[in-house]
Design a protein around this ligand. Structure first.
Ligand code: MG
Length: 388
C-alpha cells in the first residue's frame, strides 16, 4: 500500500467518465484525492463536485461561467480559474500525481501534451488525443517518464491480457465492438434514423458524442488507432470483431495459437478502477460481480463494413498517418454535432468525413502546430460541407 494518497486531476469531471472517476475516488478515500477538477461549461455540477470533494482547484474552461463558479465557492478555500491554457498549466503542478483525461474530443490534446511534458501518470480516457496526434504523443513519451494507462475498456482488456507477455509473441489484437444500436438495422433505413434512435446504446451508458460514434462505429475505428499507439502494433494486426453482449472486452491472439480474453460487466467503473490502481494493485470493490448468467451466451460476428464504412475510413487514415487521422477526427466532431442538432442525416456523417479527408492537404510527421492548423481547417471545411 502506498504511504501517501495520489492527487488526481480530473479533466472533464462533469462528463460521464469524469463522474465515474469521482465515484472511484470516493470509493477509496485513503488512496486518492481529487486535487483538480476541470469542466467545460457544466457550472452547477462542477460547483456541487467541488463542495463534495474539496479539491485544491477547479477550472471552468468556458470563461462566461467563471464569475458564477467563483462566487458560488467564495466561502471555501478552493481556487477557481478559467481558460483552456490554464488547464495545461495546472496539470503540471508538482502536487498532481495522476491526470485523468476525460474531456471530449480534440480539446484533450493540449493538456495531455502538458502532462506528458511534466512526467505525470496519465489515465487516458480521451482516445481522440491518440487518434489526432498519436505520432507526436509517441515521440514525446519516449523522452518522458510519463506513462499512459488506458481507461477505455477494450484497451484496459489488451493491457491486462498483455501483462507478463512479450509484444513479439503477439500475432494480433482482437478489438471487440458491441455493434451499437444499428447492428441489426437495415442499411437502407439508416438515412432516416434520428439522434434519439442513435443515442440508445444497447449496453453502455456513455456521453452523447461517443454514443453516436458507437452508432456509426467510428468509435471502433478510433479505438483501433488508439490501440495502435498504446501497444505499438500495426493497424493491419488489429482486427475488429462484433460481440453484442459487451462481456469480452477484447482479446489478444499469440503466435503459438493461444488467445487471451478479458471479461467483465459493461460498466466503465471497472476499467477506471483498474487504471487508477496501476501499477500498484487491483482495487477490491463491492460492485456487482459477474455471474454465470452474464456469460451464458457470448457471440461473435464479423462487422458489416458496407453498413459501417467508417471502419475502412479509419484503417485508411491510420495507414496514411500524418495529419489524416486528425482531419478525420475533426470532420467527425463537426458532423456528429450537426447530427445531434438534427442538421444532417445519419449517413451524411460518413459523407462529410470522406469529403473533408479528400479535400484536405496531407502533412507527414506533423508538429503540434501542424495538428492545430489541420484541425482548424478540417473543421471549417466540414462546416462548409454541412451548409452546402
Ligand atoms: Mg471503448
Amino acid at each position: 500500500m502506498r504511504e501517501t494518497r495520489r492527487n488526481i486531476a480530473v479533466l472533464g469531471s462533469t462528463g460521464s467518465i469524469g463522474r465515474q472517476t469521482l465515484d472511484i475516488i470516493a470509493e477509496y478515500p485513503d488512496m486518492f484525492n481529487a486535487w483538480l477538477l476541470v469542466a467545460r461549461s457544466s457550472a452547477d455540477l462542477l460547483i456541487q463536485q467541488a463542495r463534495q470533494f474539496r479539491p485544491h482547484m477547479v477550472i471552468i474552461a468556458d470563461e462566461q461561467y467563471y464569475e458564477y463558479v467563483r462566487d458560488a465557492l467564495e466561502d471555501t478555500d478552493i481556487e477557481v480559474a478559467t481558460g483552456s491554457s490554464t488547464i495545461a498549466q495546472a496539470v503540471t503542478a508538482p502536487e498532481v500525481d495522476t491526470v485523468v483525461t476525460a474531456m471530449v474530443g480534440y480539446s484533450g490534446l493540449e493538456s495531455t501534451i502538458a502532462a506528458i511534458g511534466a512526467g505525470k501518470r496519465i489515465a487516458l480516457a480521451n482516445k481522440e488525443t491518440l487518434v489526432v496526434a498519436g505520432e507526436l504523443i509517441d515521440r514525446l513519451l519516449k523522452d518522458s517518464k510519463s506513462v499512459l494507462y488506458p481507461v477505455d475498456s477494450e484497451h484496459g482488456a489488451f493491457y491486462q491480457c498483455l501483462v507478463g507477455e512479450r509484444m513479439q509473441d503477439v500475432e494480433k489484437l482482437w478489438l471487440t465492438a458491441s455493434g451499437g444500436p444499428f447492428r441489426t438495422f437495415p442499411k437502407e433505413k439508416l438515412a432516416t434514423v434520428t439522434a434519439a434512435d442513435a443515442l440508445k446504446h444497447p449496453n453502455w451508458s456513455m456521453g452523447a458524442k461517443i454514443t453516436i460514434d458507437s452508432a456509426t462505429m467510428m468509435n471502433k475505428g478510433f479505438e483501433m488507432i488508439e490501440a495502435r499507439w498504446l501497444f505499438g502494433i500495426l493497424p493491419r494486426d488489429i482486427e475488429i470483431v462484433v460481440h453484442p453482449q459487451s462481456i469480452i472486452h477484447s482479446m489478444v491472439a499469440f503466435k503459438d495459437g493461444s488467445v487471451k480474453a478479458q471479461l467483465g460487466l459493461p460498466d466503465m467503473h471497472l476499467p477506471i478502477r483498474y487504471a487508477l490502481g496501476l501499477p500498484d494493485c487491483r482495487l477490491a470493490s463491492d460492485c456487482r460481480k459477474m455471474t454465470i448468467e452474464d456469460m451464458a451466451t457470448l457471440t461473435m460476428e464479423r462487422p458489416d463494413r458496407e453498413k459501417f464504412p467508417l471502419l475502412d475510413t479509419a484503417y485508411r487514415a491510420a495507414h496514411l498517418g500524418g495529419t489524416a487521422p486528425c482531419v478525420m477526427n475533426a470532420a467527425n466532431e463537426i458532423a456528429v454535432a450537426a447530427f445531434l442538432q438534427d442538421k444532417i442525416r445519419f449517413t451524411d456523417i460518413y459523407r462529410i468525413i470522406e469529403k473533408t479527408m479528400e479535400q484536405m492537404p496531407h502533412v507527414e510527421s506533423p508538429t503540434y502546430d501542424d495538428y492545430v492548423t489541420s484541425n482548424d481547417e478540417a473543421r471549417a471545411r466540414a462546416l462548409s460541407l454541412i451548409r452546402d
